[in-house]
Design a protein around this ligand. Structure first.
Ligand code: SF4
Length: 440
């Protein structure tokens, strides 16, 4: 049996460590001469309002520049970096431009002629992924000769890990992203994610684990300095090994098991050859989910605070990224609003499948999907609807106040500042070094 090679390399020095990962994995052997190369980083989320979300959340600029140098050494002149960052306002052009500028991509343009694009400014093409599923992918990545996929070493609250395959979700348009979070019993998020790499050009995957993330994918997770790189010309093998490094068997990650099944591959690492460091020596367990109480009606830390009179049901796979990005802030604002007096038997429902619990006095329907599904539900006594898709922060504030949860208006007015609040934890820790996210 021919084995796919995956290199695990300790990150030690600029350029040298990425070069070692490329060489050990033979990851660029299929790079055609004069290829048009597309680099896909992970800039999952960005804000212009505060210190940008970084450690283990987005790809380091260090690794991006190192890859660009290696490509240039191989005679590659046509290099595009492309991303589809999640933004509160889909037509916002300034936020991705600010991300590219801050991360030093303009220096890459001036120094090496690298283009940087937001995929929302570019055309999409509908791609049939089989089994009746079609998603709209960015045309630039589809028409490149070679892809360098550079995700971050992170876990993910819904998909357990978010590595090379999941990183490609950033290459589909917004309707396709919402479609991934559907209510079909079989064609769920894991089913969809498992197919994202199927129609890609030849690809080298380099998982950037200089920083890694527990409870990802975003800035409210736990960030770590891990100093690792995982590299392979086979994205599934890279992800299986990456999952191992994060403490999970490939079979425990549903979308990896689905991908293996689709490709007639074993669910374990029996057809993978690991070179460089061993998985065992690199593994450090990273939690992926946010713990809830035993009924899944409140996050555990909020139950421990003694919060009563509120049920905020745990997210499910149907909750798409755009609502999901607001659930965390909503919970934080509610925790801040707790004054020790039980609220008036309020239930907050989210995603696309939840149903009201009989007997609750007030039911908040979070997002258009919940409103459409439950607006006429007989078990709702008082309905408070947040109808947007996704809702605006102000509409969430209004709804919570209406439900008797007096959240601080300043919190929602300054919601863009929230990453700064989480990033404060890492101030004055020298291993969290901002220079990894700059290009001089
Ligand atoms: S309301 Fe929320 S869950 Fe529904 S499609 Fe819109 S963003 Fe997704």
């Amino acid at each position: 049996m021919k084995k796919s090679k995956v290199a695990i390399v300790a990150y030690e020095k600029p350029l040298r460590s990425v070069r070692k990962a490329v060489a050990l994995s033979n990851g660029m052997d299929r790079l055609p001469a004069k290829a048009k190369v597309f680099i896909k980083p992970n800039i999952v989320f960005w804000t212009r309002a505060t210190a940008f979300p970084k450690w283990g959340v987005i790809t380091t600029s260090r690794v991006i520049e190192d890859m660009v140098i290696i490509l240039k050494e191989r005679g590659i002149d046509d290099i595009t970096i492309g991303e589809g960052t999640v933004m509160r306002k889909p037509r916002d052009k300034e936020t991705p431009a600010h991300a590219f500028e801050t991360l030093g991509y303009r220096v890459l343009k001036d120094r090496y002629g690298v283009k940087a694009i937001s995929i929302f400014d570019r055309p999409f093409e509908k791609i049939d992924l089989g089994k009746g599923v079609a998603l709209n992918f960015n045309a630039d990545i589809l028409h490149s000769d070679f892809v360098v996929n550079i995700p971050v070493l992170k876990t993910h609250a819904m998909t357990t890990v978010s590595l090379g395959i999941k990183n490609l979700k950033g290459m589909i348009d917004i309707p396709s992203r919402k479609k991934c979070h559907n209510t079909h019993p079989e064609k769920d998020l894991h089913f969809m994610v498992a197919r994202l790499a199927d129609k890609m050009p030849p690809m080298f995957t380099l998982i950037d684990g200089i920083y890694s993330l527990e409870k990802g994918p975003s800035f409210d997770g736990r960030m770590r300095r891990s100093n690792l790189l995982v590299a392979s010309s086979d994205v599934l093998s890279a992800d299986m090994v990456g999952a191992g490094v994060l403490g999970y068997q490939p079979s425990e990650v549903q979308h990896l098991a689905n991908t293996a099944n689709n490709r007639d591959r074993p669910y374990d690492l029996s057809d993978v050859e690991v070179v460089g460091k061993s998985i065992e020596s690199a593994t450090s367990h990273h939690r992926y989910d946010f713990p809830y109480n035993k009924d899944d009606t409140l996050p555990l830390p909020m139950e421990k605070m003694g919060i009563q009179g509120l049920s905020f049901k745990k997210y499910d796979l149907s909750l798409c990224t755009y609502c999901s990005g607001l659930i965390g802030p909503a919970l934080t604002s509610i925790a801040f609003a707790w004054r020790g007096e039980p609220w008036d038997d309020v239930e907050i429902l989210n995603g696309k499948v939840m149903a009201p619990t009989p007997g609750k006095k007030k039911t908040v329907l979070f997002g258009k999907c919940m409103y459409q599904l439950n607006k006429d539900h007989p078990d709702i006594q008082e309905m408070i609807a947040i109808k947007g898709c996704p809702p605006t922060p102000m509409s969430i504030e209004e709804a919570l106040n209406k439900a008797g949860i007096k959240v601080d208006p300043a919190f929602y007015k300054n919601i863009e500042q929230l990453p700064g609040y989480f990033l404060k934890r890492y101030e004055d820790k020298p291993e969290f070094d901002e220079s990894f996210f700059r290009i001089k």
